[in-house]
Write a protein that binds this ligand. Structure first.
Ligand code: CUA
Length: 336
């Protein structure tokens, strides 16, 4: 019974106690000042009320430096504590650890689609191991959703056209609510699911249940071939598009100057809006794949591109020198 009526959800991630500590601090500070200010008003109202129609206050207000300092300095200190505490917690929440397991999330009206790197896919359910940091790379196929797991104190908007990330380390095996926390249409309230936190060995068993589907990178490779991406993106640098081996995570030289980091967002943009940032040394000839690939498939393609680096394939020229090498071999770089 108590379980059902608890005011605070269970603390089931490493972030939960930290978030709660800050929340309780804010609650304590605000409660203290509400009681102090409201209490003083009430006491003064009664104690110093006008008892007689002829009771007139002495004219002229008098200042007090001590009082001015007393109500300026302590509040300054308190808001600074709140600022630095909040900022450091925010930074923690924004920076997934490097060893986190990556899981892709696609929100759509009205369901959550999740894909594990090893290939298992699920809908409105997320299976994860206890004690391991998990990073979610999320996007939406339609409108803004928000991925909310109260027990983890995790809530992150999932926005169409871009990737947002969040992360958490679950601390307790169990089953936890997953909600959409952004009004996204008629069935917003039905866009719910469960997060299953499992013992690592159980999780491994569960993961291997999806082995037949192939890993995300393998599916991405198949798609890469089906869509004939490999006709232009050749690993021997003879293609009309850049060789993608070892590109992921590196800085890419752009036609018309400037560089961009080849991260998830850049690869996604290159698939859907290929003309937006053309790699230096190449013609803007790539067609868009907007409408031809779903967000889940874009994520698979990204995993494939990730899996291509940083190991150099046989005969591949180092990424940074590719355009130069092409220029020397007689190919005219794109004029922009
Ligand atoms: Cu999706 Cu609300």
């Amino acid at each position: 019974m108590i379980e059902r009526f608890r005011i605070f959800p269970e603390q089931a991630s490493t972030l939960a106690p930290q978030t709660d500590a800050l929340l309780f601090f804010l609650l304590a500070v605000t409660t203290f000042f509400v009681v102090l200010i409201a209490g003083t008003i009430i006491v003064f109202m009664i104690r110093y009320r006008r008892r007689d129609p002829d009771e007139i206050p002495e004219s002229g207000a008098h200042g007090s430096l001590a009082l001015e300092i007393a109500w300026t300095l302590p509040p300054l200190v308190i808001v600074m504590v709140i600022f630095f505490w909040g900022a450091s917690l925010f930074a923690t929440i924004q920076r997934p650890p490097d060893d986190a397991i990556n899981i892709d999330v696609v929100g759509k009206q009205w369901m959550w689609k999740l894909q594990h790197m090893e290939g298992r896919r699920e809908i409105n359910e997320l299976h994860i191991p206890v004690g391991k940091p998990v990073k979610l790379t999320m996007t939406s196929e339609d409108v803004i959703h928000s991925f909310f797991v109260p027990a983890f104190r995790t809530k992150q908007d999932v926005v169409p056209g871009r990737y947002s990330t969040t992360w958490f380390t679950p601390t307790k095996p169990g089953k936890y609510h997953l909600f959409c926390a952004e009004y996204c249409g008629t069935n917003h309230s039905a866009m719910i699911g469960w997060v299953y936190v499992m013992e690592p060995s159980e999780y491994q068993n569960w993961l291997s249940g999806g082995a037949a589907e192939g890993s995300l990178a393998e599916n991405g490779k198949k798609l890469f071939e089906q869509l004939a991406c490999n006709n232009c993106h050749k690993e021997d640098n003879t293609g009309r598009g850049p060789n993608l081996v070892g590109v992921f995570g590196k800085q890419v030289q752009l036609a018309g100057g400037g560089t961009v980091k080849a991260d998830e967002a850049y690869v996604r943009e290159s698939i859907l809006q290929p003309q937006a940032k053309v790699v230096s040394g190449f013609e803007p000839v790539m067609p868009t794949f907007q409408g031809l690939v779903s967000e889940d498939q874009v994520l698979q393609l990204i995993e494939y591109v990730k899996s291509l680096g940083p190991k150099p394939a046989a005969g591949a020229v180092e990424t940074g020198t590719t355009p130069a090498a092409r220029t020397q071999s007689g190919t005219t770089p794109a004029k922009r």
